[in-house]
Design a protein around this ligand. Structure first.
Ligand code: ATP
Ligand code: MG
Length: 456
């Protein structure tokens, strides 16, 4: 465990981004939890400007479906953004590769996403990088829009401007963004449409919305209807997808129209057995499509050097979880001025409840093994060799897999093992590349290790 400042410890890495890492900070006395986004200001020439802009925009935003920015601190060449901790992880983790999720769940997330987006647009702000990795969940699985690194103001004092900076993530980006200039609102709405399709199918429809992509070309010509991806959607969902993903921005549905669409109003029975539903959906898929990987459009540098901040072992936290649960005291929040020496933003706190503690170990890209830590590492390495994924291992036994996906784009992920006394936690974390591709590989590796995996 690493000490951040007196009383606050870094207990876990929550994610990696283009400029640095996001860590979980816990207050020793109160167990308050805060997400800490660490930005290396030297990593790219414009990192400083980017983080200032991110802060300026993010601090204006106060909405139940937008993650809160609690403060900022800067030291020499590092900026720290303190964020409300989303203990439910990424929406991404709710999407099962090639399957998606239950329609009722997707409808809930879609409503919350559009609600948050409506607020943003009303304030004249566009997000420009809406994707499931930037949509986080709180303890009650409520969606929170996050990562304002590419956000900008498109309307000021009632005057709207067109934008021309090509930014976002290619599979989610609207076609007009690549042609520029473009209007902000329809382009964010397009990205929500891709999130909608990803939630219901577990696939991304194309790598990029250009003629380079045969899938996109068929979508534009409306000759895609027989494709396995689109066949996974009900008629109603398909009709909504067609209207949101209209290549002509002026004809694309607007937010109130999406909210008024029949699919958004259907009452899906949420208690319907999701597994059955998933199985039914699986049966309808002829052959899962091996979608090529996704490129980031370089607003931020696409090369992501290995993390500068040392990996933080979560064993201290899991020890609390497994052996010491009843002794955790959850006191009332105290002052946190020590954390935010240079901050001008008042600090609101979130308390880490026992449930949240449990959720920390509930990520989808994990499993537990019933053999020793050493044997687990060996078996994982063997599986990587079998699938011909190049890997390396460091002295702390963290395996880094560095491969390319079917679209020849870089895919890097890390596998760490944590000894939990009676079992071993095997944790997969994406470092660079497409999340869906990463998950497919996770599932492949996991399926090849069923004999050592503990059944829940
Ligand atoms: P990128 O440019 O790659 O999108 P970034 O550098 O802008 O990333 P974020 O998207 O803000 O960084 O964060 C990276 C990841 O860290 C997220 O995808 C998420 O998994 C995790 N994360 C970020 N903020 C939080 C938070 N408040 N609570 C929990 N996890 C978080
Ligand atoms: Mg992000």
């Amino acid at each position: 465990m690493e000490r951040f400042v007196d009383g606050w410890n870094i207990v876990q890495t929550l994610g990696e981004g283009a400029f640095g890492e996001v860590k979980l900070l816990i207050n020793e006395k109160t167990n308050d939890a805060v997400a800490l986004k660490i930005v290396d200001l030297q990593r790219a020439g414009d990192a400083k400007d980017c983080v200032y802009k991110e802060e300026r925009i993010h601090r204006m935003l106060h909405h139940p479906h937008i993650i809160k920015l609690l403060g900022k601190r800067e030291e020499s060449n590092v900026a720290y953004l303190f964020l409300e901790f989303a203990s439910g992880g990424e929406l991404f983790d709710k999407i099962e590769p090639d399957v998606g999720m239950h329609s009722g769940e997707a409808q809930k997330y879609m409503t919350q996403l559009l609600d948050g987006l409506e607020y943003l647009h009303r304030r004249g702000i566009t997000h420009r990088d809406i994707k499931p990795e930037n949509l986080l969940l709180d303890e009650e699985n409520n969606l929170k829009i996050s990562d304002f690194g590419m956000a900008t103001i498109f309307r000021l004092k009632g005057r709207e401007r067109q934008l021309d900076k090509r930014c976002g993530t290619l599979p989610y980006v609207a076609p007009e963004v690549l042609k520029g200039p473009y209007f902000a609102q329809p382009s964010d709405i397009w990205s929500c449409g891709i999130v909608f399709v990803a939630m219901l199918t577990g696939e991304l429809p194309w790598n990029e919305p250009t003629t380079e992509s045969p899938e996109f070309a068929r979508w534009v010509k409306s000759t895609c209807i027989t494709e396995s991806l689109w066949k996974k959607l009900s008629t109603m969902a398909f009709s909504l997808a067609r209207k949101i993903l209209n290549p002509e921005p002026a004809k694309r549905l607007k937010l109130p129209e999406i909210l008024g669409h029949t699919w958004m109003k259907v009452e899906f029975t949420l208690n319907e057995d999701v597994t059955d539903n998933v199985e039914q959906q699986c049966k309808r898929i002829a052959l899962p499509r091996d979608t090529e990987n996704k490129k980031e459009i370089p607003l931020l540098p696409s090369s992501q050097p290995t993390a500068r901040v040392p990996y933080v072992d979560i064993s201290s936290l899991t020890a609390v979880l497994t052996s010491n649960k009843n002794q955790i005291s959850f006191s009332q929040p105290t002052q946190n001025d020590d954390l935010l020496l240079n901050s001008q933003i008042s600090f609101t706190q979130s308390q880490l409840t026992q449930n949240q503690f449990k959720r920390l170990v509930k990520r989808m890209t994990r499993f537990t093994a019933k053999i020793s830590q050493e044997s687990t590492v060996l078996r994982v390495c063997k599986a990587l060799d079998y699938f011909e994924y190049p890997w390396s291992i460091d002295p702390a036994s963290i395996i880094t897999v560095s491969t390319v996906d079917s679209g020849k784009l870089q895919l890097v992920f890390k596998i760490s093992t944590i000894d939990m006394d009676d079992h071993v936690l095997v944790d997969f974390r994406l470092s660079k590349g497409c999340g869906i591709e990463f998950k497919r590989r996770f599932v492949k590796i996991k399926n090849s290790l069923t004999d050592i995996i503990c059944r829940v």
